[in-house]
Design a protein around this ligand. Structure first.
Ligand code: SF4
Length: 197
């Protein structure tokens, strides 16, 4: 029979568990998406947060207005070349650990916009964890993607970090100095596309 010496004085029940499991559980149930809609897919994303589909069931109804308070980026819609550096900057401002869902065929592959103006897959700009298929994905599909990501977080490495230049297009953003009145904005530099992973 096991010896319980030293525990007799405990007058309450108690549970034991692994710290890793507690961290995974809390991350899984407290994801806050960034408020970041790019095109028509964003309407479905908003519907997922409304009463009928109720993302609040998963602790996720709070879409944060600041990337510094968000750990999930849902890329909802097509990404234009002009928007890609902005998207990357928002991603860089989110704190680790952070995750990305590519919502819809446009975000995942450019979709029907096979042209010079649209990034042909947001994984050229940020590392994607889950791809949500459809045009647009329904709120149910998005929720399925979110639950897939939850499962990934629950079973994944808790200390995983993305290498500084190990994902995305390696876009270097330089801060623009204030300009004198009458200054004309030069044409934007095209996004430099990284090696496909
Ligand atoms: S996948 Fe469809 S709904 Fe989503 S941004 Fe593209 S065209 Fe719009």
């Amino acid at each position: 029979m096991a010896s319980w010496s030293g525990l007799e004085s405990l007058s309450h029940n108690f549970l034991t568990g692994r710290l890793e499991d507690l961290v995974r559980w809390s991350r899984e149930h407290s994801m806050w998406p960034a408020t970041f809609g790019l095109a028509c897919c964003a309407i479905e994303m908003m519907a997922a947060g409304a009463a009928e589909y109720d993302l609040a069931r998963f602790g996720m109804e709070v879409f944060r207005p600041s990337p510094r308070q968000s750990d999930l980026m849902i890329v909802a819609g097509r990404v234009s070349q002009k928007m890609a550096p902005v998207l990357r900057q928002v991603y860089d401002q989110m704190m680790e650990p952070k995750w990305v869902i590519s919502m819809g065929v446009c975000a995942s592959s450019g979709g029907m916009f096979n042209n010079y103006a649209i990034v042909q897959g947001v994984d050229e700009v940020v590392p994607v964890d889950v791809y949500s298929p459809g045009c647009p994905p329904s709120p149910q599909t998005l929720i399925h993607s979110i639950l897939t990501l939850h499962e990934k977080v629950r079973t994944g490495e808790i200390m995983r970090r993305r290498a500084g230049g190990g994902a995305g297009a390696g876009i270097d953003l330089t801060e623009q100095a204030p300009q004198a009145p009458g200054w004309v904005q030069p044409l934007p530099t095209p996004v430099r596309v990284g090696t496909p992973r």
